[in-house]
Design a protein around this ligand. Structure first.
Ligand SMILES: [Zn+2]
Ligand SMILES: [Zn+2]
Length: 332
C-alpha cells in the first residue's frame, strides 16, 4: 500500500485516514493553502497553518479549522505529518508525511523566490515528491521580481503622464498583496477592487503590514482615478464595473505573460509575475528534495514528467487532480 494515493476525492493517506487538499467532501482534510482549488468547502474538519487560517475562514465561513505551526510534528494513527513553508502565498505549506521510515512530501503550490509576504520556501528531503507543474515548460523563466516591479512602476508613470488610470489585473489572494508592496507609492494613489480590498483587510487584521489602499467604490469620483493605480481581479476586466473609469491603460500580472505573445497582446500590457515556480524553480526544488521518485500534478504534467525521466533519470509519474494551478486569464 503506498503512503499516499490519488483517490476520487483527493490525495489520500490510507494509513492515517486523512486527505490532503481534497476536492470532494471528506472527514479530515489537511490543507496546503487558501486558494479555492486547494481549500474547498464541505469537509468535516480542516487542518492548516496558523497564518493560512484567517483567509480560509473568510472564504469558507463557519467551518471547523484546526491550525498547526510550521515544522511541528503531528501524529495521526501512527503517521507523522508536518507543514513546511511553500513560499506561494501567506500561510502556504508543503505537507510532509512520514511512516515507517518512508517520507513523502506534497508540494501544494510553491515558488522559490522570497516575496517578503509568504513564508519563504524551504526544501524538504523525501523519498517521493508530489510536485505541481503549472509552469513546467522551459519557456517559463521569471525575471527577478524587482525588475518586474520596475517595469510596472515605469508603465504606471507613463500612463499617469498621459492622464490615464492604470488598471492592473491580479489574483485577489497573494498576487494582489505582493503587487501592493512592489508599487512605488510616490507615483500616486492606489485603489483596490472590493474583492481584493476585503482580502487585504483579512491579511492586515492578522498583523501583516500592507501599504494603504482605497476601495474603488461607487462613491469614488471619476477624476480621482486619473493618474492612479487600480488593482482588480482578472474577471473584473470583462465586467460593467470597468465603465466607471476615465481613459485607462490595462495591464495583467501573471506568469502566463511569459512566453506567449498572442495572449500578451490580447491582454494589453503583460507583466510576468507569478506565485508559482518557473521551470528552473521546479527543477531546483526537485533536486533539493533528494527524492528518487517524483509524481507530477497540475500543469504541464506530461512535459515535465518526460523531462524528469528522460533527461534527469528520475522515476517520474503523472497524476490527475482537480487543482487548477494559476488559471490563464482571458481578456477577449
Ligand atoms: Zn495556489
Ligand atoms: Zn493550485
Amino acid at each position: 500500500m503506498p503512503l499516499l494515493e490519488f483517490s476520487e476525492k483527493g490525495i489520500f493517506c490510507p494509513a492515517a485516514g486523512v486527505h490532503i487538499d481534497p476536492w470532494r467532501p471528506v472527514e479530515r482534510a489537511l490543507i496546503t493553502h487558501g486558494h479555492a482549488d486547494h481549500s474547498r468547502w464541505g469537509h468535516r474538519s480542516y487542518l492548516c497553518t496558523e497564518s493560512a487560517k484567517p483567509v480560509i475562514r473568510h472564504r469558507l465561513g463557519d467551518v471547523n479549522i484546526q491550525t498547526t505551526k510550521y515544522g511541528r510534528r503531528i501524529d495521526i494513527n501512527g503517521v507523522n505529518f508536518s507543514f513546511h513553508p511553500a513560499g506561494h502565498i501567506l500561510g502556504s505549506a508543503q505537507i510532509r508525511v512520514e511512516h515507517k521510515g518512508e517520507i513523502w512530501v506534497v508540494s501544494g503550490d510553491y515558488k522559490l523566490e522570497d516575496d517578503g509576504l509568504s513564508e519563504a520556501f524551504e526544501p524538504v528531503r523525501c523519498h517521493t515528491f508530489i510536485t505541481e507543474s503549472t509552469f513546467g515548460l522551459p519557456i517559463y523563466r521569471w525575471k527577478k521580481q524587482e525588475e518586474v516591479f520596475g517595469e510596472i512602476n515605469a508603465w504606471w508613470r507613463s500612463n499617469k503622464a498621459e492622464g490615464k488610470v492604470s488598471i492592473l489585473a491580479a489574483y485577489a489572494l497573494g498576487k494582489a498583496q505582493r503587487l501592493l508592496r512592489g508599487l512605488d507609492r510616490s507615483i500616486g494613489p492606489v485603489f483596490a477592487h472590493g474583492s481584493i480590498e476585503s482580502t487585504n483587510q483579512v491579511i492586515r487584521k492578522q498583523g501583516i503590514v500592507l501599504p494603504k489602499t482605497e476601495r474603488a467604490s461607487a462613491k469614488t469620483l471619476r477624476r480621482d482615478y486619473i493618474g492612479a493605480m487600480v488593482i482588480a481581479p482578472p474577471s473584473a476586466l470583462r465586467h460593467p464595473w470597468m465603465r466607471k473609469f476615465p481613459p485607462a491603460a490595462i495591464g495583467i500580472a501573471s506568469g502566463w505573460m511569459a512566453g506567449d505573445g498572442a495572449r500578451r497582446r490580447a491582454a494589453g500590457q503583460g507583466f510576468a509575475l507569478s506565485d508559482h515556480a518557473d521551470w528552473d524553480g521546479l527543477n531546483e526544488a526537485v533536486t533539493a528534495t533528494g527524492a528518487e521518485r517524483i509524481i507530477v500534478t497540475h500543469g504541464y504534467t506530461g512535459a515535465f514528467r518526460k523531462y524528469l525521466e528522460e533527461v534527469r533519470g528520475l522515476e517520474a509519474f503523472e497524476a490527475t487532480t482537480q487543482f487548477a494551478g494559476e488559471e490563464p486569464p482571458e481578456f477577449n
